[in-house]
Design a protein around this ligand. Structure first.
Ligand SMILES: Nc1ncnc2c1ncn2[C@@H]1O[C@H](COP(=O)(O)OP(=O)(O)OP(=O)(O)O)[C@@H](O)[C@H]1O
Length: 387
């Protein structure tokens, strides 16, 4: 959808902002550009909507060399979100959001209806916020209006320059979550500039790590964290890249441990005898379909005596994580409940539990897999538990 071919930009004072950039962003893909201040990220982005012209090289959007496209026409197809949002102070939130549709000649009613729909999409109730003025909004709300405005004419491409930069970390994380949810629904082709590696990893399908005017590595978050291409990238992503990987490494069923199981309709007596034999202290309770029902302690089952059923004794499981969720989510649940394990489900079906040792193993395995260019299941690994 966006293609750079050997693009360079030298400013008149001799500064080379970018030097021979070539990369491609697929349709519906979100690519984050990350790197230190002054490395050329903003210059790259502003060449896409021709706010800056390259000195050499070519840029294609949807197959068209943009050097031959009228900039105004080009910008209609490209939403643009910047950190300083740039809302018109004397226009209401609804009118600000409807700016582009109005500019391109939509009827007022249609432009406003579209604006209301988009405010809803970014989590602002148009009834409450539509008639406010920008100064009556919080920083986070203003940024949401900026995103809604950029999406108003439904452009296939979105350029975002530090869109969540001006808010505190908590709001920032919330805006990132909302944006990801929205992006999974609208699937725009997005170039997003940030200087924050955490944000780049969290949002990007792929990441372009910039050195001075050049891309040092262009790859998935897992690969950038797991196998930095150069010492520069390794330093930039940080010594704690193992920790950062927690948020991009998915839980797979092969990562899980199989705990002792009791069946919902089993008699307490029978279950107690069996679980004692297995030297289990607790068991996960499943129904006949293998769906998770809860858990029981072996002592409780033992005390129930004859006539009791496992189903009457089971405790509700208050939290679990879905397979495919990031390891970080499982780690968060364990910490929150001070638990040594967390159940992993596929829909309602119980797959197994993740323990701290298994989590560590999954993480190590994924680092090795990326370094060796293999799937995680192919990596030979001496687990800590076996050592
Ligand atoms: N109009 C200009 N004239 C001369 N040099 C410029 C101009 N605009 C940018 N530069 C220089 O080009 C280089 C790249 O700037 P750019 O704004 O693209 O970096 P950036 O990675 O977006 O940085 P930041 O994260 O600080 O915004 C910098 O050295 C900057 O000083």
């Amino acid at each position: 959808m966006i293609r750079f071919e050997q693009v360079s930009k030298r400013y008149p004072d001799g500064t080379t902002a970018v030097d021979g950039l070539s990369f491609e962003v697929a349709e519906g893909e979100l690519v984050t550009l990350v790197g230190p201040s002054g490395c050329g990220k903003t210059t790259t982005m502003m060449m896409v909507n021709r706010l800056i012209e390259p000195t050499s090289g070519r840029i294609f959007v949807a197959g068209e060399d943009i050097a031959g496209v009228d900039p105004v026409r080009l910008r209609r197809r490209i939403g643009y979100v910047i950190q300083q949002v740039g809302l018109f102070p004397h226009r209401t939130v609804l009118d600000n959001t409807a700016t582009v549709p109005a500019l391109i000649g939509w009827k007022k009613a249609r432009a406003r209806a579209r604006a209301a729909e988009l405010l809803d999409l970014v989590g602002l109730d148009p009834k409450t916020f539509g008639s406010r003025y920008p100064e009556q909004l919080s920083g986070g709300q203003r940024q949401r209006v900026g995103v809604a405005r950029a999406l108003a004419a439904d452009p296939p491409v979105l350029l975002m320059d530090e869109p969540f930069g001006a808010v505190d970390p908590v709001v920032r994380e919330q805006l990132q979550d909302e944006f990801l949810r929205m992006q999974s629904a609208v699937r725009k082709t997005v170039l997003l500039v940030t200087h924050d590696i955490e944000e780049a990893v969290r949002l990007g399908d792929r990441i372009a790590v910039y050195g001075q005017g050049r891309i040092e590595q262009f790859d998935t978050p897992g690969a950038v964290l797991g196998a930095p291409a150069t010492p520069y990238v390794a330093e930039f992503v940080g010594a704690d890249r193992g920790l950062k990987r927690l948020s991009v490494t998915e839980i797979q069923s092969a990562d899980l441990e199989q705990p002792p199981i009791a069946r919902l309709d089993e008699s307490a007596e029978q279950a107690a005898a069996r679980l004692r034999e297995e030297e289990a202290r607790w068991a996960v309770v499943l129904d006949a379909d293998g769906d998770l029902h809860g858990w029981v302690g072996v002592d409780e089952v033992g005390l129930a005596g004859s006539g009791g059923a496992v189903g009457d004794l089971a405790h509700r499981m208050n939290s679990w994580v879905p397979v495919g969720a990031p390891l970080k989510q499982a780690f968060g649940v364990m910490l929150q409940h001070d638990a040594g394990w967390v159940a992993v489900l596929d829909g309602a079906r119980f797959l197994g539990v993740l323990t701290p040792a298994k989590l560590h193993e999954a993480l190590r395995r994924s680092v090795d897999a990326d370094a060796q260019g293999l799937a995680r299941s192919q990596v030979e690994f001496d687990s800590v538990a076996d050592a």
